[in-house]
Design a protein around this ligand. Structure first.
Ligand code: ZN
Ligand code: ZN
Length: 116
């Protein structure tokens, strides 16, 4: 084996590791988050490196927030953690709108937020 062949061999080996590694990582990550299509994501990842990784991260990270108590990833818009039952958001006392932690007034109905 000459140097050129060795470089090609090593190069393709590294690419293979990245390729399978990405797929495996996505699969494990998706399973960890109880993603319904964990295997689907992993298969998708085999076909488009690294686009699927970027898409995967945007999709899963974009629509989730983390429970401050137990660290479970939750879909956006939930008001309690589905794992530990703790409150993860505030609900407007006037109209039931889901509010950000930092908001004192509801932008929809202008009610001042009160802890109950
Ligand atoms: Zn929790
Ligand atoms: Zn409101």
């Amino acid at each position: 084996m000459n140097l050129g062949e060795f470089a090609i061999f090593t190069g393709s080996f590294v690419i293979l590791i990245f390729w399978l590694g990405q797929s495996l990582w996505i699969y494990l990550d998706a399973r960890n988050r109880n993603e319904r299509f964990a295997l689907g994501w992993a298969i998708l990842a085999l076909f488009s490196v690294p686009v699927s990784l970027i898409v995967y991260l945007m999709v899963t990270r974009g629509r989730e927030e983390k429970c401050k108590v137990c660290g479970t990833y939750l879909e956006r818009g939930l008001t309690i953690c589905t794992n530990c039952g703790k409150d993860v958001g505030k609900i407007c006392t006037g109209c039931g709108n889901i509010m950000k932690e930092s908001w004192n007034y509801c932008p929809k109905c202008k009610t001042k937020y009160r802890d109950n």
